[in-house]
Design a protein around this ligand. Sequence first.
Ligand SMILES: [Zn+2]
Length: 198
Amino acid sequence: MPISLTLLAPPPKKRKTPMKRYTVVILALLVATCITYIMAKDPASTETPSKEAQAISMTEEQWKAKLGPERYRVMRQHGTEPSFRNAYWDNKEKGLYLCAGCETPLFSSSEKYRSGTGWPSFWKPIVAENVGEKIDRSFGMTRTEVHCNRCKGHLGHVFEDGPPPTGLRYCINSASLIFVPKDEIEAKGLAEYADHVK
Ligand SMILES: [Zn+2]
């Protein structure tokens, strides 16, 4: 008898292994159902989504209008701004860095460091899930591109030559960020992130 038929058949009267076999079938079905459910689930349709989880859907024209030419070029067309000639590479003020596309808090001054590259550099994001990664093979190099997980706006790249404790260097375009100074965090409704700015 083929194995599948044996597995699906009702448990024989014999006492030996049928219960065990039946349990395995039920467990396998449960696991399969769970996997199907998880894979089919659309994060955008969650009933009570957090701010970070809500997907942003805008046309290119809407993005152009919202971001302006420079931010649009960097965030929606994977552009790179010039080093040392951008807003935050040398910003030493304490505060939060939000995504310029959707205002999701992405980085904190607490994890910003002087990389010498001329771009704002961080050794970790505030919340790892807010920053997505993708392999980028453009310009004959293999790099890891990073983007805002909510609006998918391009941020920059992450490299493995950063300082401890992570050893990572998030090299981010200033054009992809909006800086909120520490004393304005509450007024912007971001009090829950205040603890991230030491
Ligand atoms: Zn965003």
